[in-house]
Design a protein around this ligand. Structure first.
Ligand code: ZN
Ligand code: ZN
Length: 102
């Protein structure tokens, strides 16, 4: 606990000093950490990947990040449809050779 000052960060929106334990800025409500917002699937755990401050979409799973949802970062592709793992499995299922005439 010698140097806890490095754990404090400035709010990306309003510049208010936040503490390490804070999830949201106490001044404006912006999320302090740009965490992936994926809620996971039936079989998968939430991603919760911590992205850098410019990240609109999680590099691990493609879900929106907390900063994106809070409007702190923008994307030229707001309508990005994230295919969840089960949807990809479904697509693979219909591409299975069982369904193909050959
Ligand atoms: Zn703030
Ligand atoms: Zn993610």
């Amino acid at each position: 606990m010698a140097d806890s000052k490095n754990d404090d960060r400035l709010c990306i929106r309003c510049g208010h000093l936040t503490e390490k334990k804070d999830m949201y800025c106490i001044s404006c409500g912006a999320p302090v950490t740009n965490r992936c917002l994926s809620v996971g699937t039936l079989l998968g755990d939430p991603c919760s990947y911590v992205c850098n401050e410019q990240t609109a979409f999680c590099p691990r799973c493609g879900s929106h990040t907390a900063f994106y949802q809070a409007g702190l970062v923008s994307s030229p592709y707001p309508e990005n449809k994230v295919l969840q793992t089960d949807e990809l499995d479904e697509m693979n299922w219909f591409n299975h050779r069982f369904f193909l005439d050959d």
